[in-house]
Ligand binder design. Structure first.
Ligand SMILES: Nc1ncnc2c1ncn2[C@@H]1O[C@H](COP(=O)(O)OP(=O)(O)OP(=O)(O)O)[C@@H](O)[C@H]1O
Length: 302
């Protein structure tokens, strides 16, 4: 379990993380989302003890991570796949990590196999593609068979097969009872990978919830219905407390379930041509949640 309590991190006058309190639990893949500059990488570095909080406490399984020797046995992390010694071979890199964490050498070839790099084990890392470096970084995170795993943007540079593999790997690690905390900008990937989400903006917690709760909160969540008699149906639905607005040739309804809409229409003999429950995509929900916290919005099309 990862616990942050009232954590603030300032760099000079800039506040990267502001009074952040959150718990990341075992048995789940928890997605860590936020716009550029929201404080995700800083938070991961605080968890790993690479930065000290200006105030507040950060613990992993009840203790600050910094206090643990042989850290890779407790927490495996991939922060920056490019941050490796290019002159070393993949195997030498992992052997050095294993030796300094008293991890049996046999684990090195095991994790190289797990990430599909066995045939590249003797090659120098400097010649690796970004995707291969990501795989190597994931191998390093798995090396100590740790109960807690942190990944910063792990999908970067991976081909579709790699993305699918990482997705399955994270789910497997969580199913084994580990804590898996993953930051990513790829909402669609996270929707397929994570079952819990933590969203931050400008260093502050915006939401901490399950995938279902997250998707249900978007403005597009609700019921869509098509009928040849929208006037009659609109007055029926609003009389029952629903909010109705036209959307193309359909009506978007909130405040009533699809079952309620269908039963009302049936009872009053209003024909329906289509009736469906909609959830917002993760991306839509994310955009709505973070709309006020975007530091670097892109200009619109010109
Ligand atoms: N070492 C540092 N010195 C000064 N400011 C920093 C430092 N590291 C981060 N910051 C600032 O803290 C804020 C949060 O940065 P951070 O990298 O944690 O965000 P992020 O959510 O990981 O962003 P991105 O999605 O773009 O990677 C930013 O405003 C950044 O400029």
């Amino acid at each position: 379990m990862i616990e942050l309590h009232e954590v603030t991190k300032r760099y000079g006058a800039a506040t990267a993380v502001h009074r952040l309190t959150l718990t990341v639990r075992p048995g789940h893949v928890t997605g860590f989302l936020g716009p550029n500059g929201a404080g995700k990488s800083t938070t991961l570095r605080l968890i790993l003890g690479l930065h000290r909080p200006t105030s507040g406490t950060v613990t992993v399984d009840g203790r600050p991570f910094r206090e643990r020797s042989r850290g890779l046995r407790h927490v495996g992390a991939l922060l920056d796949a490019a941050d490796v010694h290019g002159g070393r071979t993949a195997r030498a890199h992992l052997r050095a990590l294993a030796a300094s964490n008293r991890i049996p050498r046999a684990r090195v070839d095991a994790v190289l196999g797990d990430v599909g790099l066995t045939s590249a084990a003797r090659r120098r890392i400097g010649g690796f593609s970004l995707g291969m470096k990501q795989r190597l970084g994931i191998a390093a995170a798995l090396l100590g068979d740790p109960p807690v795993l942190l990944f910063d943007e792990p999908f970067n540079g991976l081909d579709p097969e790699g993305v699918r593999w990482v997705r399955g790997l994270f789910r497997r690690l969580a199913a084994e009872g580990r804590t898996v905390f993953v930051s990513s900008h790829l909402m669609s990937e996270m929707a397929h990978t994570a079952d819990h989400f933590v969203v931050i903006g400008r260093g502050k917690l915006i939401a901490e919830q399950s995938l279902a709760e997250f998707a249900a909160r978007g403005a597009r969540a609700g019921v869509a219905v098509r009928t040849p008699d929208p006037v009659a149906l609109t007055s029926l639905l609003t009389a029952q407390g629903g909010a109705v607005r036209p959307e193309g040739d359909a009506l978007a309804v909130t405040g009533l379930t699809a079952a309620q809409v269908g039963e009302l229409a049936c009872a009053h003999r209003v024909p329906l041509h289509e009736l469906l429950t909609r959830t917002a995509s993760l991306e839509e929900a994310f955009m709505e949640l973070t709309a006020d916290s975007v530091d670097y919005p892109a200009g619109g099309p010109r």
